[in-house]
Design a protein around this ligand. Structure first.
Ligand code: RNT
Ligand code: ZN
Length: 418
């Protein structure tokens, strides 16, 4: 983009926002600092490198666009490239299935930092923090769709050990990288068809989670979240770790609750749940995603719900209590564009939240709901795009659609040769 025209647009935007009492410079700085955790699994369709080769557990990446990362080296190179187009504070969210076993016969119940040292070294070199996830899917030790709530004790124990290992690895990441590592627990456990006993599996799941969280591991450095879900593909009728189960467990045991935007009934939105959950929890984790008719994990758009999520965080001063992460996986278009679009949209929505006129809330407080509605509507057409372009330009990241040309070039030079 032309630097002069971006600068001109910015000068105009600054004036427009100033008329609403908004300090644009301060808003850019604030939006820039809020961490967003970028999910590694968009780059390879959630397949991972520890042997599974295929995705299971009620989730599915659809499409077969060429260029999927086949090795950790390729995935890291793709992330490095994507990050040149993504402004603002970023963390990288890793799954245990991205372990590098170095040819050894080692399973998920025995992973240590050794299987992730390359990731930690790379993250350190990039100044990136890491978040982490045990992988309770795509593995032969799954008992159908059951893991921590399997009726078989040996199976449960295997997955309990995996859960503990991931807390230990998270602690190592936090120590090596000098920032907390959030560990998210999502288990696909459930039944495809109507079941007779809904209690037994939940009893087992609770016991297994208690065992995972029994070892004393600093929860400031390794906050752990429990992700609920409504249903999965092939697991439609009953989910062990449902909303009530996961939220209840988190509240009772002082864990985090993970809200995934695709894990609720179609008319429910997670933006509406944040301040309610935070009355009873210290922190929540977010999986910002986009369900289309089901938990389809489409690329995050700059839509009303994304804006509402970021508004809830920023306007309520919850930046330290809501850990933002993305979770989607589209294999039907360029995967690096998927990351770039979703990450840029998330940052754009954060910027818009930081630019929101205080007059809206002030009007509500004083009972002037006419002004509240009027300014809410005016806000929608304030020149966010001009501020965004300037923000990108001054952070050394492509403004406008300039990034797309570079993605196409990378596709021609690198991805198409895979
Ligand atoms: C699945 C959950 C879970 C996964 C990732 C890969 O429905 O959303 O968070 O998408 O852990
Ligand atoms: Zn999720």
């Amino acid at each position: 983009m032309n630097e002069q025209s971006v600068t001109r647009g910015y000068a105009y935007a600054k004036e427009q926002y100033a008329a609403y009492g908004v300090d644009v410079e301060a808003a850019m700085e604030k939006a820039d600092r809020i961490p967003v955790s970028m999910h590694c699994w968009q780059g390879d369709d959630v397949i991972g490198f520890d042997g599974g080769g295929a995705l299971s557990g009620g989730i599915a990446a659809t499409g077969n666009y060429p260029g999927r990362a086949r090795t950790a080296q390729e995935l890291r190179a793709d992330i490095d490239f994507a990050r040149t187009m993504i402004p603002g504070a970023v963390k990288l969210n890793l799954h245990a299935s991205y372990a590098d076993k170095h040819g050894r016969d080692i399973d998920r119940d025995a992973y240590t930092i050794a299987e992730f040292q390359e990731w930690a070294d790379w993250a350190k070199g990039q100044g990136l923090g890491l978040d982490f996830n045990p992988t309770y899917f795509s593995h032969p030790r799954m008992d159908g769709d059951f893991t921590l709530s399997s009726l078989d004790k040996g199976t449960r124990d295997f997955w309990i050990e995996h859960g503990i290992r991931c807390r230990e690895i998270g602690l190592e990441f936090a120590r090596q990288l000098g920032q907390p590592c959030a560990v998210n627990y999502w288990m696909p456990d459930g039944y495809k068809d109507a079941c007779a006993d809904t209690k037994l599996r939940r009893d087992l799941m609770r016991e297994s989670l208690d065992a995972i969280f029994a070892p004393d591991i600093d929860e400031e450095l390794v906050p752990c979240g429990l992700e609920s879900k409504l249903f999965g593909i092939g697991v439609e009728s009953y989910t062990v770790a449902s909303h009530e189960f996961s939220y209840g467990y988190a509240v009772k045991n002082r864990k985090l609750y993970t809200l995934d935007a695709g894990h609720f009934h179609p008319t429910e939105v997670i933006s509406a749940k944040l301040t309610a959950c935070l009355e009873f929890l210290d922190k929540v984790l977010l999986h910002v995603s986009r369900p289309v008719r089901w938990d389809s994990d489409h690329v995050v758009l700059l839509d009303d719900e994304l804006q509402k999520i970021m508004d809830e965080i920023v306007l309520n001063g919850l930046e330290d209590r809501v850990l933002i992460g993305l979770d989607y996986f589209d294999a039907s278009i360029n995967r690096i564009a998927c990351w770039t679009i979703g990450m840029r949209n998330s940052r754009k929505a954060l910027l818009s939240a930081c630019l929101a006129p205080a007059a809206i809330r002030q009007a509500e407080r004083s009972g002037d709901w006419t002004t509240r509605l009027a300014v809410q509507e005016e806000r929608k057409t304030l020149p966010l795009g001009a501020v965004w372009d300037y923000y990108c330009m001054t952070r050394g990241v492509d403004a406008g659609q300039d990034w797309l040309k570079r993605v196409k070039q990378y596709e021609a030079d690198v991805l198409s040769k895979r």
